[in-house]
Design a protein around this ligand. Sequence first.
Ligand SMILES: [Ca+2]
Length: 214
Amino acid sequence: MFLLLLVLPACGPDNGTPSATSPSTTSLPSTTPPTTTPPPVISGTFIFNFDAGSPVLNVGQSTPFSSTVNGITAEFSSSSGAAYSIQNQAATNFILSQFSGKYIYDNDVSRSSLQIKFSQPMNSVSIVFATTDSHGPGNVETPTELRVVAYSGSISSPPIGNAAARGVFASDTFPQGTVTFTSAVAFNIIVLETVPVLNGASAFLIDQVTATAN
Ligand SMILES: [Ca+2]
């Protein structure tokens, strides 16, 4: 009697046939595009100022790091490793009226290059900079040049071209200026370094990297 009561609820429908809801097969449609097709170039102007962009860059953070603005990524690095870092006026006490918020600062006095690699080809780049020159006896009369050398694909290939500019001494801590390189032949890597000169600056700072793709 007791046994019968236990068994009864388990007596559900018992059709031994498999249901029609078996999982579908895992075959995928063969619509994967060929990987050799480069992504289309996004025309426009992209400003990397270290204040906007993703991810947030922190004061004291050293190279390498990257910043993405409007779908374009710029990678900042140095062949000398952690030679450059994010700083601001509160950290350095430098007065640089053409700079704003966070910027890139040279961590040491030895001369080292800064590389910027964009995620797509560009036709023009413009960079606000300062060189750590001092004015007057024992120092320089004109600020040290900052040079931009542009490459396509690899810095081991011949450069696309280069440009250089000097800052101007004013009432700020260091002379500031803007260097611009423009080319019909697109480039995706630039290398920045000071042009060596007696008593000149070896170090430089940058802000407001403006890259344009045609
Ligand atoms: Ca800035």
